[in-house]
Design a protein around this ligand. Structure first.
Ligand code: PLP
Length: 418
């Protein structure tokens, strides 16, 4: 019954070092966030010990009376948060949620239409060696090379040509809002179901700062750990008439015992997401991304060959275009890492460089907004990033920028009690 430090000092050291990394650097990976202590507490609770195959009130194991309470709270809260008729809170991850949603309404060999991975889609939207690409016949739509926006004419043309059973609207790297009404109209024209994967922007939707896909889509999937700021996990929302199929696709179709400790943590995060404090945080998230885009569109950045895809952002991330920079995506990621800013390199549409190198960066504001960053703080971060991406980077400049990063990190302490 010893503590982690007593039982396993090696793992404890890795956990401690990770906490220090999170506290002392600026996390700008667009898909990451910092879960509140209350969420960490629920996720680290004794609920991890419980088997609970089935659903609240209809379990295949005894002793589920307390986990039933937590799971019911999670279901009711997430339905209320997004105005959905039905919710399944058991998917272990976003990928599991998409797998179960597709398993519920498709047969192997059916056609799906999703955004190309190389243009900002997710692996589970039809990538060749993902389950979605192996099980289903995939048609992929793209963003327009000029505007950087999803080409709805292509979506319509492909839908009419390929007659998909399911259209997937959603993205992992896209700086704008999707036209849900347009997707719905096209889906109706060809008799397809519409799945919206709002994994990235669910927090913005919860805060009322992004259109809600629930009224348009047959199924909406999400992760709970990105803008939503909860534990790692997935959720499927749907109309009531699809709920039975979806529940049986999750269990027993895809999963065994649900992670009730994670489900309890999801319930906590849905409560937090309904608060005014959360809405205020999402407003700062949007401000942060917009401030970064504006800074990287200024003349000095342009002179360094740096630009912003689609000319800005409406969401929590910016896609930096480095095709005309002396830096490739890998070098830019490394350079920011050196000064204490964590981002990920990201392919730009029709990227001339290979996927492990790329010609772009994806930079997000959610984790810093959670840390309490204000517009003034985001202006300082944006300036540090713009300076780091310019030519003439040497040791003195590295040290000066790293000191500005440290000052920002110290201004907004993370997990002070841990
Ligand atoms: N859907 C989208 C749009 C995503 O961006 C991601 C994660 O990056 C996922 C699904 C998958 O989530 P997970 O990593 O939890 O499986």
């Amino acid at each position: 019954n010893g503590s982690l430090h007593e039982v396993d000092p090696e793992v404890a050291a890795a956990v401690d070092a990770e906490l220090t990394r999170q506290q002392s650097t600026l996390e700008m990976i667009a898909s990451e966030n910092f879960a509140p202590v209350a969420v960490l507490e629920a996720q680290g609770s004794v609920l991890t010990n419980k088997y609970a195959e089935g659903y609240p009130g209809r379990r295949y194991y005894g002793g589920c009376e307390h986990v039933d309470v937590a799971e019911e709270l999670a279901r009711e809260r997430v339905k209320a948060l997004f105005g959905a008729e039905a919710a399944n809170v058991q998917p272990h991850s976003g990928a599991s949620a998409n797998a179960a949603a597709m398993f519920a309404v498709l047969k192997p060999g059916d056609t799906i239409l999703g955004l190309d991975l190389a243009h900002g889609g997710h692996l589970t939207h039809g990538m060749k060696i993902n389950f979605s690409g192996k099980l289903y016949d995939v048609a992929a739509y793209h963003v327009d090379a000029g505007t950087g926006l999803v080409d709805m004419d292509e979506v319509e043309r492909l839908a009419k040509e390929r007659r998909p059973k399911l259209i997937v609207a959603g993205w992992s790297a896209y700086p704008r809002q999707l036209d849900f009404a347009g997707f719905r109209r096209i889906a109706d024209e060809v008799g397809a179901l519409l799945l919206v994967d709002m994994a990235h922007f669910a927090g913005l939707v919860a805060a009322g700062l992004h259109p809600n896909p629930v009224p348009y889509a047959d199924i909406v999937t999400t992760t709970t750990h990105k803008t939503l700021g909860g534990p790692r996990g997935g959720v499927i929302l749907s109309r009531q008439d699809l709920a039975k199929k979806i529940n049986s696709a999750v269990f027993p179709g895809q999963q065994g015992g649900p992670l009730e400790h994670v489900i309890a943590a999801k319930a906590v995060s849905f409560k937090v997401a309904a608060s005014e404090e959360f809405r205020e945080r999402q407003r700062r998230t949007l401000d942060g991304a917009r401030i970064l885009a504006e800074r990287l569109l200024r003349d000095d950045a342009r002179a360094a060959g740096v630009s912003v895809l689609s000319g800005g952002t409406d969401v929590h991330l910016v896609l930096v275009d480095l095709r005309h920079s002396e830096l490739d995506g890998q070098q830019a990621e490394d350079r920011l890492h050196e000064i204490g800013i964590t981002v990920n390199r990201n392919a730009v549409p029709d990227d001339p460089r290979p996927p492990m190198v790329t010609s772009g960066l994806r930079i997000g504001s959610p984790a810093l907004a959670t840390r309490g960053f204000t517009a003034a703080d985001f202006e300082e971060v944006a300036d540090v990033i713009a300076e780091a991406l310019k030519p003439g980077f040497d040791e003195a400049k590295t040290a000066a920028l790293a000191a500005r990063v440290t000052a920002l990190a110290e201004k907004h302490p993370l997990y002070p009690g841990l």
